[in-house]
Design a protein around this ligand. Sequence first.
Ligand SMILES: O=C(CO)COP(=O)(O)O
Length: 123
Amino acid sequence: MTRIALIAHDEEKPSMIEFASNHEETLAQFDLTATGTTGKRLMEETDLEVERKESGPLGGDMMIGAEVADGSMDGIIFLRDPLTAQPHEPDISALLRICDVKDTALATNRASAEFLIEGLADQ
Ligand SMILES: O=C(CO)COP(=O)(O)O
């Protein structure tokens, strides 16, 4: 099953929930993983089943990055907050970098997230 990770910084969580609600049927086709708080909110506010990693600042980005590194993740939707510095910036950079190293689909805004799920759906 195609695997997608969903990650959103706090300011972007409402946008992630809206995105997931709008595309619930498509997203339900995927094996979904998320960082801790994003996953919690997705499970509370949609009907999607999501495997939860640690929260981002506690290593969740690195856990997802490890799955990109071992080739078991097909796509990442990472709605970053472009206006707020994060304490775990090195982890965020590492996740973005490993997606490029492994040529794994990465969307960092909603417009590209739409293309990502359309592209990976029904494969
Ligand atoms: O910080 C994050 C990604 O860098 C997201 O983590 P949470 O989903 O736990 O808030």
